[in-house]
Design a binder for this molecule. Structure first.
Ligand SMILES: [Zn+2]
Ligand SMILES: [Zn+2]
Length: 352
């Protein structure tokens, strides 16, 4: 029996959630999943605070989703997912017509829609999965070794893996500098270590830097003064600088810092979305004389989500330690204020 009502946290405009029972929409109900866990992303908090051009309220946010199937699902790749199976969900709803979709780069789709941004997402008891998500095999089953909360963090892990696709050269024994000590920075730290890099995590929250150290960062740096941080990093790397610099913070000042600690022939990845209406001045000569590539990456694809599932299943990446707070859907305001105040690491909303 399909449920009649969907208990949801509806984002109705900046700084406003309304907890409501929404009617189940039958029309576009291609696949209905029962939400188990949905993590609060930095993006969600930015949308909550200042709105976003992709997001038209009223809408249910949430794109880092672990859920359960309510019926048997047959995917275009031939995979059959049984009823009551736990799955994770790619947020992508690509057009499947544009040049990028034809190349399989669904995250770069020219008319991309996303679960939790353009259609209702995971901060609700149930989620409708649109057809174009199913057509790219956007639902990925997970094994019982992966719990619901770490399942919800596989989406951000897959986005982090996407950042490494542009790197032509190996980072083994090279310095990787991660600017940002939040959960995303700590996932990048784990991936860089997996690739054999020497890792430096730059941040502003002592408890998070301590966590970075305990994960195995070779160096942690509390960034109170940019000039001092640049000097410390260059000294530590014997003036070599980073081979790869990941900007995992929405603070635009990090891009200037990245340029100044980037080594020759290095790559800077702007991983995080930057707060609305913030711009940076850069010195183009740093790019030119040091042969620095300034790049970015956004979201991921279902194929990368499968790789991410394997990494978690094989215990190569630990997402469990990044979940520090759990809340019910009715407590979503608390989850968002904790995330906004940089308390703990990831907060998740559990729906029962
Ligand atoms: Zn996210
Ligand atoms: Zn497209």
């Amino acid at each position: 029996m399909l449920p009649q009502k969907n208990h949801s946290a509806v984002f109705s405009g900046p700084r406003n959630f309304e907890i409501k029972d929404l009617p189940m929409s039958g029309k576009n109900c291609n696949v209905l999943l029962k939400t188990l866990s949905c993590a609060v992303c930095g993006y969600d908090v930015r949308v909550f605070k200042e709105g976003h051009k992709k997001v038209r309220p009223p809408i249910v946010l949430g794109h880092e989703i672990c859920a359960r199937t309510l019926g048997t699902l047959s995917l275009p790749n031939g995979q059959l997912i049984a009823e009551d199976k736990r799955v994770i969900v790619s947020p992508l709803i690509p057009c499947l017509k544009c040049h990028h979709c034809n190349a399989g780069h669904f995250n770069c789709c020219n008319k991309l829609n996303e679960i939790g941004s353009s259609v209702n997402g995971g901060f609700a008891d149930y989620i409708n999965i649109p057809e174009n998500n199913i057509l790219i095999n956007g639902i990925v089953p997970i094994e019982s070794s992966i719990n619901d909360d770490e399942g919800s963090l596989i989406e951000p892990l897959s986005c982090c893996l996407n950042a490494y696709l542009n790197i032509n050269n190996s980072v083994r024994d090279e310095y990787v500098i991660i600017i940002g000590d939040g959960p995303i920075g700590l996932i990048h730290l784990q991936i860089s270590k997996l690739f054999g890099a020497k890792t430096i995590v730059v941040g502003k929250i002592p408890s998070r830097l301590k966590e970075a150290k305990s994960i195995g960062a070779d160096m942690i740096l509390l960034n109170n003064d940019a000039e001092e941080s640049i000097r410390t990093i260059l000294d530590y790397t014997y003036e070599k600088g980073g081979k790869l610099i990941i900007v995992a913070t929405s603070n635009p000042d990090a891009i200037d810092l990245a340029l100044k600690v980037a080594g020759k022939n290095s790559l800077i990845n702007v991983f995080a979305g930057i707060s609305k209406n913030k711009f940076v001045n850069i010195d183009p000569n740093l790019l030119h004389y040091n042969q620095i590539t300034l790049s970015g990456s956004f979201s991921s694809t279902p194929n990368l989500m499968k790789k991410a599932v394997d990494l978690v299943h094989d215990q190569k990446i630990n997402l469990r330690r990044l979940v520090t707070h759990r809340f019910s859907l009715d407590e979503i305001d608390k989850a968002f204020s904790i995330t906004e105040d940089y308390r703990g690491l990831r907060s998740v909303i559990n729906s029962f």
